[in-house]
Design a protein around this ligand. Structure first.
Ligand SMILES: NC(=O)c1ccc[n+]([C@@H]2O[C@H](COP(=O)([O-])OP(=O)(O)OC[C@H]3O[C@@H](n4cnc5c(N)ncnc54)[C@H](OP(=O)(O)O)[C@@H]3O)[C@@H](O)[C@H]2O)c1
Length: 216
């Protein structure tokens, strides 16, 4: 069992993944810029499932104490957030969940990222960390329902084979998830862009679409 920390863990995606990984038996540090918000987010999770090992802390404590850190801030916040935490994250596996999507008049659109993808930006900002891109296509709404299996694949991309394999195993601790090796980190751009497509599909079908890869 590991200590998993969330940088920007108070939003729906961070809380949803925190719930699932705590249910799998991991110790979770849920990070925020404000200690009070972190505590409130932990209470929200406890209202869904009691007795889990989740502590609400500042993002700095996550970066310092977590064995692996998951980044669940909005894309616009990723650069300043990771720049500030770079020394604390050195030597660690950093799982980037960020999908660079903006809503223009309610319509989700993928944002072009100079480095190629949010995950590549994270790796450029954190040269001494092992960045693994994962979970960008998994709906927070479903994650936050503890009884509900997740009907989707998690495509995992990284330039670090060892950490990638471990993150794939971690993803499969969420009931229903199959992890798919997406290859190098440069492929994370396709996974991130898919999130914008899925959000548009959700608007059409009033659903919560996810991805299943077939033929492998
Ligand atoms: N929501 C989904 O279903 C979903 C699905 C797949 C992927 N994702 C990706 O996962 C990430 C998190 O999604 P979300 O919906 O949970 O996001 P969110 O609620 O908009 O933000 C998550 C947390 O980030 C922190 N934050 C916000 N602005 C910040 C800033 N300027 N600087 C530093 N921290 C800031 C906030 O925490 P504090 O105020 O407590 O610091 C906030 O609670 C996003 O990149 C999104 O693309 C989301």
């Amino acid at each position: 069992m590991m200590v998993l920390g969330f940088i920007g863990g108070t939003g729906p995606e961070g809380r949803g993944l925190a719930l699932r990984f705590a249910m799998a038996g991991h110790r979770v540090l849920l990070g925020s810029r404000e200690a009070e918000r972190a505590r409130e987010a932990v209470e929200k999770i406890a209202a869904r499932r009691a007795g889990l090992d989740i502590a609400g802390v500042l993002n700095e404590q996550v970066a310092r104490e977590a064995e692996w850190a998951l980044v669940t801030v909005p894309y616009a916040a990723q650069r300043p957030t990771l720049e500030a935490l770079r020394p604390l994250l050195a030597g660690k596996t950093v799982i980037d969940v960020v999908a660079p999507v903006v809503f223009e008049n309610g319509v989700p659109r993928a944002v072009a990222v100079e480095e190629g993808s949010a995950a590549q930006q994270a790796q450029a900002l954190l040269p001494d960390s092992q960045v693994v891109a994962a979970f960008q296509n998994v709906s927070a709404h479903d994650l936050l329902q503890p009884e509900r299996p997740i009907d989707g694949d998690v495509i995992v991309c990284s330039d670090h084979p060892g950490p990638k394999a471990k993150v794939m195993a971690l993803a499969e601790e969420i009931r229903g998830v199959r992890a798919v090796d997406g290859g190098a980190l440069e492929n994370a751009r396709y996974v991130e862009d898919l999130t914008a497509l899925l959000l548009n599909i959700n608007r059409v079908y009033k659903g919560r679409s996810m991805v299943r890869i077939t033929g492998i």
